[in-house]
Design a protein around this ligand. Sequence first.
Ligand code: PGA
Length: 247
Amino acid sequence: MDIKVLANPQEIGAAAGKIFCDFIRNKPDAVFGLATGMTPVPTYEYMANEYAKGNVSFKKLTSFNLDEYCELPREHKNSFYSFMVDNLFSKIDLDHKNINFLDGNAADPAAESERYANAIKAAGGIDIQLLGIGRNGHIGFNEPADEFSDEAFKVKLTDSTIQANSVYFDDVPMPRYAMTMGIGSIVRARKIIMIATGESKAEAVKKMVEGEINAQNPASVLRNHPDVTVFLDREAASLLSKSPESV
Ligand code: PGA
């Protein structure tokens, strides 16, 4: 795990965004795994700005998002699909037929999981996956659990996640369930960029880096992956007991 502490979310967005832009400059038909939440917003701003300046094209990109709420129309303003359209997809030249999302309204979650796994496989696997981390250590919506999941599944969200995300819901109650890529599908990405900012993530970051590797501490699994870069601001890194460079 390569951990880098940068000054603020904008610097992190530029550093992470540059990795994604450099990646697609080298491999125009790259497959990106994308994440939602407030943390990646500056990363997507950087990518959109690079596109606006003519420095990068996403024309041949294929994207897979990590997760989506259940029982929320895809076009609802709080769906993760809408988030991606607002923050990135409407601002770059991505071909919308190459956007992949889990269907949170699928009648058969197991069949939906299989469909997504097959789509990832058919695309050649995920080249580079962007991740945030939840206050409870979740990645995607893999909440603390008894065992690591593999492919996508329907998950009951924890109180911590509901509390963190319900602030964004003002017209309908926040959904209690979501479809998420499983831990297995996340760690099969060949390269992972994890970003975490702010004091509210400090405890989860400490557990990811220094805690036991188990499914109660989902992000800890990233320590077993050969190519993970973690970008933190000082607040998110504040509880680490070792200097990040030595991890
Ligand atoms: P946030 O969400 O970026 O909005 O904090 C991250 C996450 O829950 O994975």
